[in-house]
Write a protein that binds this ligand. Structure first.
Ligand code: ADP
Ligand code: MG
Length: 354
């Protein structure tokens, strides 16, 4: 099997008439990573993937796979394979015909193709499905066939565009595990596009968060979730309360910030008088008087509660009129409708960059 390659984008932009689809994007990925490009519809994910696959050429910037500058290289010469969102299977070919298509185009001998096709079908859990007609397969099976067709060519880089978008929730969860298992077993680099943040959290080694053609943040799932860098990330990856404030004191990498919830201390470096924004993770908030490692947020009048299984999603209004979101265990919510004190863990207060 060919070695997996490092992937690198250097200041890549793609402009169409009047539309900047991708705006000065740079990132580098270590070999064997599962990368997820995460962002809302129209944020430029497919365009980035398409520039990796060679279907779209950048207006500016360069694309490297391993040591090679592939910016101007046509798709067929790149060490990449793509699983398209609609699978793009050939309805007139059998399952085996579809999976082996790329190999027969390359002129590989029939017997060798058959062996490789069987192996790829086994890998995706479709052992023995080779002779079947595409019309006689389910949506979930077609997703696996498309994956087998891409894997059979042993690409250094596998590109997947919303590959699970057409599947129901249960199958999607199952396929997330399978994709992860296959990627691990082969130690290839996968680049997977999705708008589903839970999917990104579940499978990625590295999440690249895109918004309006730019990278908002990039890092391991736990870091980008727990310590969002920007307002956009703080709200796209789960919900946050964002508090606007003014730096009252700055010393030793810590700031005292005056906010509608009172004076809060966060880690960060800014100057006194600066306007800043602080994200508050709803899981870090609880009802009660602040104890060690916590800060008081004043009192909250609860305005809404939604039961979400293991926790309650509570919205409320503070004395100075700010609204706040908390996700707390059901038995911890005060029974009385009087405003109740709330506190936040120190680590749940995050200074945003924008
Ligand atoms: P995503 O995959 O995140 O939904 P896309 O990469 O498909 O986003 O698109 C990013 C932006 O670029 C969108 O505004 C889209 O309309 C625009 N765009 C994409 N492809 C083209 C094209 N071929 N011509 C003009 N605009 C395009
Ligand atoms: Mg897309």
């Amino acid at each position: 099997m060919s070695a997996s390659a490092e992937l690198r984008l250097e200041r890549v932009s793609k402009r169409y008439d009047g539309v900047t689809a991708v705006d000065d994007v740079s990132f580098a990925v270590p070999p064997g990573s599962y990368v997820v490009l995460l962002g809302p519809s129209g944020s430029g994910k497919t365009t980035v993937l398409s520039m990796l696959g060679g279907f779209t050429s950048p207006t500016e910037g360069r694309v490297f796979i391993g040591a090679d500058d592939v910016t101007a290289m046509p798709p067929a010469l790149r060490p990449t394979a793509t699983v398209f969102q609609d699978y793009a299977l050939f309805p007139h070919l059998s399952v085996a015909g579809n999976v082996g298509f790329g190999l027969s185009v390359r002129g590989m001998a029939k017997r060798a193709i058959a062996g490789r096709v069987d192996e790829a079908l086994r890998l995706v859990g479709l052992d023995g499905f080779g002779p079947r007609a595409i019309g006689a397969t389910s949506g979930g099976q077609r997703q696996r066939i498309a994956l087998a067709r891409a894997l059979v060519t042993e690409p250094a880089l596998l590109l997947l565009d919303e590959p699970l978008g057409a599947l129901d929730l249960r199958l999607r969860r199952q396929m997330q595990d399978e994709l992860r298992r296959i990627q691990r077993s082969q130690a290839r680099t996968f680049v997977h596009v999705t708008h589903d943040q839970e999917e990104a959290m579940a499978i990625a080694d590295l999440v690249v968060i895109m918004n309006r053609g730019r990278i908002e943040d990039m890092g391991p799932p736990d870091r980008v979730y727990e310590r969002p860098r920007t307002r956009f990330s703080a709200n796209f990856l789960g919900e946050s309360t964002v508090l606007e404030g003014t730096v009252a004191k700055a010393a030793d990498g810590r700031l005292a910030v005056d906010t509608p919830c009172g004076r809060l201390v966060v880690e960060g470096n800014r100057a006194r008088g600066d306007s800043v924004a602080i994200a508050l993770r709803p899981e870090a908030v609880r009802f009660g008087v602040a104890g060690p490692g916590e800060q008081a947020l004043g009192v909250l009048r609860i305005t809404g509660q939604v039961f979400q299984g293991s926790f309650l999603r509570v919205t409320g209004t503070g004395a100075s009129g700010f609204t706040l979101l908390a996700k707390v265990a059901p038995h911890t919510v005060p029974a009385s409708s009087d405003p109740a004190p709330i506190a936040v863990r120190d680590s749940g207060l995050i200074l945003l960059e924008d």
